[in-house]
Design a protein. Structure first.
Length: 233
């Protein structure tokens, strides 16, 4: 009789394994790039107010999209608040709340004079000078949704006069379509390392190499010639 009642109690005492999301992180090392002439500030810790001007784009499962500019709030915090989401950041982590199912969210820090540092490596060629060790997107807190979250970093960053490493970017895009239900329907806390520039406004587009411009020009001329031949038939 004792064993009959003890067995259910043992199963109740064993904690159930919580379902957790799988995070896939990719980065685009080629394509559009940006540079700084004065580099990263010595204190690389970025606070919410340092992201003033960041452009946050939210796309919803219902097909609507909205773009909100980040603004500072009390103390060292900052936020973006839309019709279906709010994103708040003080130190760490980001706190995302939604009232509509969220398909994707992108954070563009070019206007905020900051960069995403996604690598813990400090080896030459892998680490942008001045950024120190960083880390990519990771879920924080207890609200870990079930399914897959795809995170892409793009629009790379480099320090002028230095070879570009593969750790720093100015755009992070989060795709929630792989989650259960096809989007994010509950709150989420997440972390991603950010470093601020030494001087505000010191971020400019990197010109394309002359060889690439020549190739693009030749490709354009070939296309125009083909179009003229089709029109002449």
């Amino acid at each position: 009789m004792f064993k009959k009642f003890l067995l259910p109690l043992i199963f109740l005492a064993i904690p159930c394994a919580a379902m957790a999301s799988t995070v896939n992180v990719t980065h685009k090392s080629i394509g559009e790039q940006y540079q700084s002439f004065h580099g990263i500030r010595d204190n690389t810790v970025t606070q919410g107010r340092d992201l003033t001007g960041m452009v946050v784009t939210a796309s919803y499962v219902d097909g609507t999209t909205e773009v909100v500019t980040w603004s500072p709030t009390r103390n060292s915090f900052g936020q973006s608040v839309g019709s279906g989401f709010s994103l708040i950041y003080g130190w760490r982590p980001f706190e995302l709340s939604v009232t509509k199912s969220l398909l994707s969210l992108s954070l563009d820090v070019r206007a905020a004079n900051a960069v995403f540092d996604i690598s813990r490596s400090t080896q030459p060629g892998e680490d942008t000078y001045g950024t120190k060790g960083g880390y990519a997107f990771e879920v924080a807190g207890d609200d870990d949704p079930e399914g897959v979250i795809d995170v892409t970093y793009s629009k790379g960053f480099k320090l002028a006069g230095h070879e570009r490493a593969t750790d720093a970017y100015t755009l992070m895009s989060i795709d929630f379509s792989g989650l259960s239900g096809g989007g994010l329907s509950n709150g989420l806390q997440f972390r991603t390392d950010l470093d601020s520039l030494s001087i505000s406004g010191d971020l400019s587009s990197v010109p394309l190499p002359a060889s690439l411009l020549l190739f693009a020009s030749a490709f354009g001329l070939m296309g125009a010639g083909a179009a003229r031949r089709r029109a002449a038939r």
